[in-house]
Ligand binder design. Sequence first.
Ligand code: NDP
Length: 238
Amino acid sequence: MTQATPRSVLVTGGNRGIGLAIARRFAAAGDLVTVTYRGDKPPSDEGFLAVRCDVTDSHQVDCAFKEAESVHGPVTVLVANAGVTHDQLLVRMNETDFTSVIDTNLVGAFRVAQRAIRGMLRERHGRIVLISSTAALHGAPGQTNYAAAKAGLVGFARSLTHELGPRDITCNVVAPGLTETDMNHALTAEQRRELLRQTPAGRLARPEEVADAVAFLAGAGYVRGAVIPVDGGAGLGH
Ligand code: NDP
């Protein structure tokens, strides 16, 4: 659906994978899209404003928002998508494996959401979507760090929903299951088979299918503190 008035949208980690599919979805609807990247830039011919930003650095987050605001106006849709995994069984996990995953996936979302809220309060309007994972809801072996970070996003979104009260600013969570991106290249064939065995859809998600849920939440004013699984039925709605 094309937006009557283009929104200023910021997607973290929008240079590839799920973030790029989300950015494309908003751009196709006519929105003004800023994508942040840490390593490689996003494709240059898609009309995004590309801004370098490591979400573990508050100063870079502030600079990215300032640039997005100066080119596209106040950010009224934020998608906190940037994420990493450092999988390891707990007995072998070192403290840096744990804290670095929390710092990117959970504290990174805090940094961008807190920065976004300032402008949204001034605009009296905003939509925040946090990209979590089904690991937050069901756990996953080797992912105590990642599942803890992604579960933290659920508590974060629900607490923020209470804080925002009747304002027209929403915060919701999308929890994808296994999705076809670079993040899953390390999975063994056996792990993949086992995960698919637990998934009624019998296949991985496409990044565009995660973008569908994000686009819905960006337009939904009365859905708040919700967690939307995009998991091919693996959790049967939970
Ligand atoms: P990718 O590995 O393809 O992309 C990850 C993105 O996050 C990249 O753009 C990467 O930037 C960015 N990123 C990582 N660390 C930082 C950082 N410190 N600062 C800024 N950007 C950073 O993964 P996906 O597209 O699959 O993942 C997107 C989101 O979806 C993540 O939050 C992930 O946890 C979540 N997710 C993914 C699932 C899957 O099966 N793929 C399932 C469930 C959830 P760079 O290119 O510079 O590395």
